[in-house]
Design a protein around this ligand. Sequence first.
Ligand SMILES: C[S@@+](CC[C@H](N)C(=O)[O-])C[C@H]1O[C@@H](n2cnc3c(N)ncnc32)[C@H](O)[C@@H]1O
Length: 273
Amino acid sequence: MTAPAPNPNKALWEKGDFTRIAETMRDSGDALVESLGIAAGMDVLDVGCGDGTTAVPSAQRGANVLGVDISEPLVAAGNARAEALGLANLRFQEGDASRLEGIADDSFDLVVSIFGAMFAPRPFDVARELVRVTRPGGRIVMGNWIPGDPTLVAQILRISSAYSPPPPEGFVSPMTWGVESDVVERFTAAGVPEDAISFERATYVFSAAATPSAFLDDFRRYYGPTMNAYAAAAADGREDELHAELDALFNEQNTSSDAMSIPATFLKVTVAV
Ligand SMILES: C[S@@+](CC[C@H](N)C(=O)[O-])C[C@H]1O[C@@H](n2cnc3c(N)ncnc32)[C@H](O)[C@@H]1O
């Protein structure tokens, strides 16, 4: 028997421990879910759900929720949260946004993916899969970071890429999901009319009782993409330079004097199916 080919997308997100970052995103996850008008009994799929920052509040509002994520430890962390919270209407399973295996067509009223499916390879397959599993009359809501945006996450990715080797040929940047024309191209190719796709700018706030520099340490130790950037910078003898740039960024972006509160702008995409 031949071993399955390594999946770099899965390896990246199984590195570190994203739950450490997710803990700072809970309030915004709850606010976003509140804005979606989730009603009891709705069937909700959360793709690239992590440990449930949006899946948990969706289930707390009475929806039947399935969270799908490529990372086995994050799926386990999500199921542990569901159990600890006594949410029998929430479960998590491993899966790939580019190929939602085992999920039937037209299964969900709402398909959510907040900074999740944007990281999957083959964006046209992702759009097609999100549309396929949404019931006619249902909605897809994506949250995507925006390339070139001046706020935290886009800037982390911009700075990190300057210290990282060029991506392999044919690699499509996840940040293209933050470009409206690319999003339209992907969903129209999946059969959605252009006027069924709408966009707004929204904000997620990373908040913690910690300093921005301590939060950067969490990125350095637990967030796969940042761990890779530090490793690449270290290999070039430029780790201190990368750290200084990121530390300045995290501190500049903080808006709170007594704790940490860092707002970040994202593109909220709504697709009526
Ligand atoms: C930045 S985290 C966001 C997690 C969660 N949505 C949240 O808001 O906390 C990105 C997530 O996408 C997941 N992911 C990356 N590539 C994926 C893929 N191909 N299919 C499904 N999930 C994926 C990662 O494992 C990770 O949980």
